[in-house]
Design a protein around this ligand. Structure first.
Ligand code: ATP
Length: 301
């Protein structure tokens, strides 16, 4: 048996090494489904994150010169703050995230982190500083446990177990036939959208980047998954600057600041209660979602 298992162990080791290296590539390119065409400036410095203040100043952007997508965006995520972006489909929410990762350069204006223009730092250091919980998480054909560890391959079992708790996955894990050792991915157990997002949250918790982006899945979740995600998100965001692209307003009522994006402009901004009392676009979106929830059938009999 030794002869059989040793090469297999070795292959397992090689696989884990490769997979570790792939973690960032997959998160940055695969999941955002983008190829970067941006190059580092000669002699680009390393981004130094001291507090985690993210600033958008007079940001304008267009994919094609004749069609502006974002116009005059001005906002700051203060260190440790949670800023949410809401708005109708096509308003430019994902574009804003792509600009923060510098998949594209702004057409005018500036994005900076702790005072450093993101165009002046290496892309590698920029992307290391930002963690993303994407809409759709890729799971490998491996155990759930290793799927979480892959965010930081040198993490100890204890650390992985801790983020399983923080991401509110413990209850789910305990109900699985082999617990955290259960195989997931294409050939394994399939996870629901909400469960996958919590795996992504666990990964980000393990990586602990100073700036976090949460791109909420558009697909609707049952209210129990949603509540688990809201709680997990709170754990993720604690002490970190975070940007949440939200589709369900219930996930962002506690945000320090909500930006309502409409056709590439900030139409309104403020806290949940400030925006409700303004009685504008946000208040209308909120009433709509409350109504939808109310309309959901509660009985099947
Ligand atoms: P949703 O809520 O539906 O995800 P969104 O607010 O995130 O929408 P974006 O994906 O940022 O909106 O898109 C904003 C606009 O930019 C849309 O009109 C879209 O067609 C356009 N757009 C997005 N990506 C590209 C691209 N690669 N090239 C050209 N136009 C694009």
């Amino acid at each position: 048996t030794m002869q059989i298992f040793m090469p297999l162990n070795f292959l397992g080791f090689v696989y884990r090494e490769i997979r570790g290296a792939m973690a960032n590539i997959e998160q940055l390119f695969g999941l955002l489904k983008l190829e970067t065409r941006i190059n580092d400036q000669p002699g680009a410095s390393e981004l130094k994150v001291t507090q985690g203040r993210v600033e958008f100043k007079h940001v304008n952007f267009a994919y094609q010169p004749d069609r502006p997508i974002l116009e005059e965006l001005n906002f700051t995520i203060e260190p440790g703050q949670k800023v949410a972006v809401v708005g109708p489909s096509g308003a430019g929410k994902s574009t804003l995230v792509k600009l923060l990762f510098r998949f594209y350069d702004v057409t005018q204006g500036q994005i900076s982190i702790d005072g450093q223009d993101i165009r002046s730092v290496s892309q590698d250091s920029l992307r290391k500083a930002i963690g993303i919980v994407p809409q759709d998480t890729v799971l490998f054909n491996d155990s759930l446990f290793e799927n979480i560890r892959y965010a930081r391959p040198d993490a100890s079992d204890e650390e992985v177990n801790r983020v399983i708790d923080l991401a509110h996955l413990r209850h789910f894990v305990e109900a699985l036939p082999k617990g955290a050792e259960t195989k997931v991915g294409e050939r394994g157990l399939k996870l629901s959208g909400g469960e996958k997002q919590r795996v992504a949250i666990a990964r980000v918790l393990l990586k602990r980047p100073p700036v976090m982006v949460f791109d909420e899945a558009t697909s609707s979740l049952d209210s129990r998954s949603e509540q688990a995600i809201v709680r997990a998100l709170k754990e993720v965001a604690r002490g970190h600057s975070s940007l949440v692209i939200a589709h369900r307003l219930s996930t962002i009522v506690d945000a320090d600041k909500i930006l309502v994006l409409e056709q590439g402009r900030i139409a309104e901004s403020g806290s949940h209660s400030e925006l409700l009392s303004r009685n504008g676009l946000y208040a209308a979106l909120w009433r709509n979602q409350q109504q939808e929830q109310h309309d959901e059938p509660t009985t099947t009999a």
